[in-house]
Design a protein around this ligand. Sequence first.
Ligand SMILES: [Zn+2]
Length: 215
Amino acid sequence: MEIINRLSEKHNCQVKGCSGLALSLSEPPRCSLHIENPDAWFEQYVEVLSQPGIPEIGRKFSLSVAHDLYRTVLIQNPIRKEFYQAFKKRVDPRSDVNFSFEDIIYFAVAAAASGVIGNLVYDGLKTLFHSLMSRRQKKELEETFEYVVIKEHYEEQRRLQHGEDMGIIDAPPEIIAEIELKYELIIEYRQSLHQSSRHNTTHKPTQSESSPKKG
Ligand SMILES: [Zn+2]
């Protein structure tokens, strides 16, 4: 039951001047604002929860909570937050109402941020999003991207990061890999939670989100 004890341990975020509560199992302890690599944190969390000693019902519950937390952590990042807030505002202009969207919305927001950071033009990212959905037999979700992320807003964010640079039209492999990893963690992971006892999944190594490789 050592893992369960670790799950209930409370630590403060170790970033100087931050009094936030650290995310469970984050190492070093970091809050949702200061966690450097949410993907790695979430994967590690899943890894720990996959160890023997936790009743199946507890495991599923913890993993489901962790998945929601992971989505929340994702949109703390300033660029993802910008796209998320803009979309939320279009859906419901009231700022004091909290609600949660389906995973695909978080995925579109995450893809947009990866595209902006990688200096990929809007149409290039749209093409990538469509082909990814089509390859995963999710054709009906293709247009979620245009629905969630508005071209003018996206290009404005890209200019904020890269100035008047023309940008990249065809997504380079590292952006594709980054977006596919997000797809696995945000969407496929949830699907695996709904299947019966599929907790011993293997985990691919992740590249650090804080140091994206430049092509
Ligand atoms: Zn913090």
